[in-house]
Write a protein that binds this ligand. Sequence first.
Ligand code: WTA
Length: 652
Amino acid sequence: MTSEALENLLHEERHFEPSAEFAAQANGTAALYDAAAADRLAFWDTQARELISWDAPWSEVLDWTNAPFAQWFVDGTLNVAYNCVDRHVEAGYGDQVAIYWEGEPEGESRAITYADLQAEVNQAAHALESLGVRHGDRVAIYLPMIPEAAVAMLACARIGAVHSVVFGGFSSEALRSRIEDAEASVVITSDGGYRRGKASALKPAVDDALDAGAESVRHVLVVRRTGQDVAWVEGRDLWWHEVVGQQSTEHTYTAHDSEHPLFILYTSGTTGKPKGIKHTTGGYLTQCAYTHRNVFDLKPDTDVYWCTADVGWVTGHSYIVYGPLANRATQVMYEGTPDTPHKGRLWEIVQKYGVTIFYTAPTLIRTMMKWGADIPAGYDLSSLRLLGSVGEPINPEAWMWYREHVGHNSCPIVDTWWQTETGAIMISPLPGVTSTKPGSAQRPLPGISADVVDDLAQSVPDGGGGYLVLTEPWPAMLRTIWGDDQRFVETYWSRFEGLYFAGDGAKKDEDGDIWLLGRVDDVMNVSGHRISTTEVESALVSHPIVAEAAVVGASDEMTGQGIVAFVILRGDAHEGADTVKELRDHVAKEIGPIAKPRQIMIVAELPKTRSGKIMRRLLRDVAENREVGDVTTLADSSVMDLIKTGLSGDGD
Ligand code: WTA
């Protein structure tokens, strides 16, 4: 962002007060801020008691004596699946629809009630037990957006197995490394799924991952989704409908410790190796339920909620599975892409189910803007009453477009800042209280403490900029990086003494509202997906013709950032007509199509300091077509001229 754009942004004059009508019925009121400010831990104690059913109470809300290793609701026990499913059936809501599932091929849909969900989760829990999965064992889930993804996660939670969901768009290589790091004993996958009007295969990626390693895996449970042919390893591979379908629909749960691990979710860090973010049970579920209820103002008897994320990301974990189901929401789950079979598909679904709450990412909003306002105008969106945004900074233009063309100028918009590591929403307006501003996530939620600090960890005054930090522990916080406590401490707790370093730059405006400005580390944000520059560099140098690679995130109007790679070929390699394509495909194979560079430039040199460090800042200047900045610290200042004049190779 240019400094001029930043200045404009910080003088945002537009404010939108909640309507009196909305405020009068809102779940979240100003009293929440007062209660949390008066006694933060008592506040969380109340949330945990009111929103969650416990089997045994806790002896202490928070144990922070071994900081930064937290324990929340110490000694409390509960079962997450019971909280998300059974208790609603017991309370007489068995016939309420939990999930309206909409397949990508039109006309394929399912309405799954809470009673149906209970039966399926129980069967799946038995099935996992029959495969030898025990409390604490890890299960990898690699599925498209089908109801079995939620069922599989809840079945793991029910028996205390730790799930590790791997986004279905990741490659077999990415899957293998995640399975190996978590030492999963079972993989749940499907034959394939529907995407952009075609059946695509998923199981072959699992086969490849297991051929290449992942030796901990004993069984692969395969959901039949498309009916396509699949290769089969007898004894190892089992059909979901055969193993799960034959089980009893009754299952007696046991309660798990509040700190028992619920899941691991891998996310990109600043090194090539993804971090397995570990989340636990009681605190995570409490904050998911609390934020889902108050930020989205959920009314379980009347709302139809829809979060467009994939369950492979944290947003899908917290705001498709755990938060909404704990709160007895009725929600939509959609398998496919927004433009299949036509660009109005999402609005058609909103109209079909009378969706009232809609949660999506800025990239999607910007894409919709490009497609034109006449598309949403062709559908009845009057059921919508609240809109949410997540994953990347939302530019004020996109915010205003969302409000006008989707939210008929009356829906409050909640811009929610959080991360895989935070587990749940941290900074967001409360829709019945906050006067919203286009582009700003504004204030930490009641019970959450955040600040913007300078290099010396000093809080910046209003109007100042720096780094976003979280100043107090929170219930849904990550507990560690799976198998790597030291990396956990170094990554998040060492930059500033006693503060959690989020890795995001931020500013406080004159009112003290927080504006997120993007990552300050080597993590890129492409369409709301986190990808590290080092991860893509490692993928590139694993190709035999590549000697060296440097990757930067260049600003991109549609996707937030785009991946631009600078590559030096080995001495004996020659650039052919297909070299760039070959390298892009290689990255897709190593990581997944989302990591394919937008552009690859084959260069003879890379700009380095005298100590050999690549100066990405200069490469970013080139990638963004800017005048190249200060080159005085370069070991060889002529390198940049060489790069600029010798550029060749381009994206597709
Ligand atoms: C970015 C997604 C600005 C941020 C839930 C963060 C945001 C990273 C916002 C986490 C927002 C997320 N405004 N930036 N409302 N929400 N981010 O782990 O850079 O996939 O650090 O979690 O996304 O991405 P993650």
